[in-house]
Design a protein around this ligand. Sequence first.
Ligand SMILES: NC(=O)C1=CN([C@@H]2O[C@H](COP(=O)(O)OP(=O)(O)OC[C@H]3O[C@@H](n4cnc5c(N)ncnc54)[C@H](OP(=O)(O)O)[C@@H]3O)[C@@H](O)[C@H]2O)C=CC1
Ligand SMILES: CC(C)=CCC[C@@H](C)[C@H]1CC[C@H]2C3=C(CC[C@]12C)[C@@]1(C)CCC(=O)C[C@@H]1CC3
Length: 369
Amino acid sequence: MIQNRPMVNPFTSHGSLTFSHTTFKMATRSRKGKKCTVIGGCGFLGQYIVERLLEEGYKVNVFDMAQTFEDDRVKFFVGDLCQEKDLAPAISDVQTVFHCASPPPSSDDRDLFYRVNFIGTKDIINACKKAGVQKLVLTSSASVVYEGTDIKNGTEDLPYAKKPMDYYTETKVLQEKEVLAANSSEENFFTVAIRPHGIFGPRDRQLVPILVDTARAGKTKFMIGNGENLVDFTYVVNVAHGHLLAAEHLYKDSPVCGKAFHITNDEPIPFWTFMSRILEGLNYPSPKMGLPYLLIYYLAAFLQLLCLLLKPIKEFKPTFTPMRVALAGTYHYYSCQRAKQLMGYKPLVPVDEAIKLTVKGYAHLQNKN
Ligand SMILES: NC(=O)C1=CN([C@@H]2O[C@H](COP(=O)(O)OP(=O)(O)OC[C@H]3O[C@@H](n4cnc5c(N)ncnc54)[C@H](OP(=O)(O)O)[C@@H]3O)[C@@H](O)[C@H]2O)C=CC1
Ligand SMILES: CC(C)=CCC[C@@H](C)[C@H]1CC[C@H]2C3=C(CC[C@]12C)[C@@]1(C)CCC(=O)C[C@@H]1CC3
């Protein structure tokens, strides 16, 4: 049954998003007739991975909580990844599993994150091994090393965050560790973790929708900090491309096995320049003046504490959580040198073009006033 999310067919809704405008051709290694499953394949990133896999001639199963698009070439399985009985039929007889399912960071539900991202990922690993799956590609996050302080050109060697800023990040760390540790030549089971950062593009359910809601509530009059902090925002097509490259490079004795890879646009941009370009593109005013970063950060931390105390009486969801304030006011950009070297990664769509495509994809959220 098709469920009630904006119904899009990723193969027809944004012709400009296909890869035909690039000259890129995937290496032909072992791709013909390969079967794979995308867990979370109805989500924002998941749909782009599916699109790309189909273009590359894969046979694709999608496993998700609900079916949100239709495509005759895809076999859909609906269920909860934490339920082995739901998952097993979706991954039987496939060579590769892409795992890009997660509850949204905004849910801030500790138990849910722990159950889905940590326990559920362990279940996926076991189910894959049982089913004879050979390759597991996890969508992790560059934020597994982020603790709210500046990261400039961070490499994959940075230690995991000792004090993750939210439950989402905490369980992304646990999840990534499990997946990388599961890599085993002896068992013919190869794993890799892709760490994207700030994924954006048409159909995203977080960045642009939250930004527009914030603008509509009149809360984007000021920027947090001085507006100079560089950040990675990564176009979803480039992230999907990184996932396919990783799968293609996962085989016995490959240097890719058991490693994490940053996948970015390799073009860090000041946080507020990026936000302003989206806001202005959608006809919303962009912030011109900055507020002191630390002042806003401590205000957000205080507000969070207050919300926690008031939770038994009434639940409030502040727009500016300490995590979001930190993301808006610090440097956080990462080197994707390792992905370039070991799997020939290169972003397909530059930031400037990606912003234009994104603004075009959100015409329905344009400010008409
Ligand atoms: N967006 C970003 O900026 C970044 C995202 N990531 C990672 O990328 C991945 C994809 O994110 P994104 O596409 O933005 O997220 P989406 O929420 O769009 O997609 C996630 C999908 O997973 C599904 N899902 C959630 N829980 C379960 C479950 N228990 N069983 C089966 N399916 C489930 C969701 O279903 P439903 O909607 O019904 O809950 C949804 O379709 C995630 O792992 C995320 O952590 C990493 C870095 C940055
Ligand atoms: C200041 C304000 C209200 C901006 C709106 C945009 C934000 C909602 C996004 C800006 C950076 C984004 C981001 C993520 C979610 C959406 C933002 C906070 C992630 C936390 C999503 C999951 C990840 O793995 C890391 C992302 C970092 C950047």
